[in-house]
Ligand binder design. Structure first.
Ligand code: DOR
Ligand code: ZN
Length: 355
């Protein structure tokens, strides 16, 4: 990392990876893949398609579709398998051995978009989780309980207490990632764990709190799951992200839905932020006086957790004197997709570095 200590207007970092992204398939995939492939070398692709990516064959097909849709030939999709109560251990081992599959995703059934085929009873997937611990395949999880008597703002903390802590006690050798951590409780839990525990943090959870969802009216484009929490939680996430601690790394959770589906009586959960993630992060890290930690968060901590080499390529972040204009919407055959609006001007832009 090269950083000017007086006035930082230029920052060269190892090219980042996105450790949690939703691409969808078909026309949506074709429209959004380049938004990620432009600034990221690799991305961990979430498997919650309809139907979900549950088998090695599904993974092979989906990976091909992503490669075909991306014009960036150097972009590498790192695939995940969607865990169900019927996941087959032999199929999972074959998927892992192929080198394509880097994690398995656990959605508690009903927790979020396309999670209906997810896990209802964790005991039913214990043999699969044991096999994953044995072969070193990480488990990424959506860390929220779905019980209707639990308040939506408490779902993460209750998940930790009821599901995660017991699971980690039973299987300490399983690598686990708390995806899109949103609370101080989540951050504290991760910090209490000395091995095999990581967490991704999204750009939007570093920027908005739950008030933003209702500021001046209902803001559907800020609605995602887990939902943004109180300010104290946002501040805890910021502290974790800029700390440089190797357990925290970038996962954008960029999740495209058309405006029609977001701006409806029962709007979909998801923030689409792939287009301006690095500009938002540079802004946040600069605000926190921590630009020197951005490379750890966006480019190296995740690789360390997943046991892969950091990218050889670099990018240059340039701070412009005037606000940088990002597209407000991505046009797709299915309809427009609104890009995350951080609510302030962005001054940082990304430039490719020659090798
Ligand atoms: O807000 C979300 N959107 N959270 C998720 O967990 C899933 C995602 C999606 O796929 O739209
Ligand atoms: Zn997600």
């Amino acid at each position: 990392m090269i950083l000017d200590p007086i006035v930082t207007t230029e920052l060269t970092i190892i090219k980042p990876d996105d450790w949690h992204v939703h691409f969808r398939d078909g026309a949506m995939l074709r429209a959004v893949v380049s938004e990620t492939a432009r600034d990221f070398s690799r991305a961990l692709i979430m498997p919650n398609l309809v139907p979900p990516v549950t088998t090695f064959d599904d993974v092979k097909r989906y990976r091909q579709d992503i490669m075909a849709a991306s014009s960036e030939t150097a972009f590498q999709p790192l695939m995940t398998l969607y865990l169900t109560e019927n996941t087959d251990c032999n199929d999972l081992v074959a998927a892992h051995e192929s080198g394509y599959v880097h994690a398995v995703k656990l959605y508690p059934a009903g927790a979020t978009t396309n999670s209906e085929s997810g896990v209802k009873n964790i005991n039913k997937v214990m043999p699969v989780l044991e096999k994953m611990a044995e072969i070193g395949l990480p488990l990424c999880f959506h860390g929220e309980v779905t019980d209707s008597d639990i308040d939506i703002f408490d779902r993460e903390a209750v998940f930790i207490e009821r599901v995660l802590a017991p699971l980690r006690e039973e299987l300490p050798g399983l690598k686990t990632v708390m995806e899109h951590v949103t609370t101080a409780d989540g951050v504290d839990y991760v910090l209490s764990q000395t091995q095999n525990m990581g967490a991704t943090i999204t750009p939007h959870h570093l920027i908005i709190n739950r008030n933003h969802l209702f500021k001046g009216g209902l803001r559907p484009h800020y609605y995602c799951l887990p939902v943004a929490k109180r300010e104290k939680h946002r501040l805890a996430l910021r502290k974790a992200a800029v700390s440089g601690d190797s357990r925290f790394f970038l996962g954008t959770d960029s999740a495209p839905h058309t405006d029609e589906l977001k701006e409806s009586a029962c709007g979909c959960a998801g923030v689409f932020n792939a287009s301006n993630t690095m500009a938002c992060l540079a802004h946040v890290f600069e605000e926190e006086g921590a630009l020197d930690q951005l490379e750890l968060f966006a480019s190296t901590n995740g690789c360390g957790f997943y046991g892969i080499e950091a990218n050889a390529a670099k990018i240059k972040l340039l701070k412009q004197s005037k606000p940088v204009q990002f597209p407000g919407k991505i046009v797709t055959e299915l309809g427009d997709v609104t890009v995350f609006d951080p609510g302030f001007d962005l001054y940082w832009s990304v430039q490719e570095c020659s090798a």
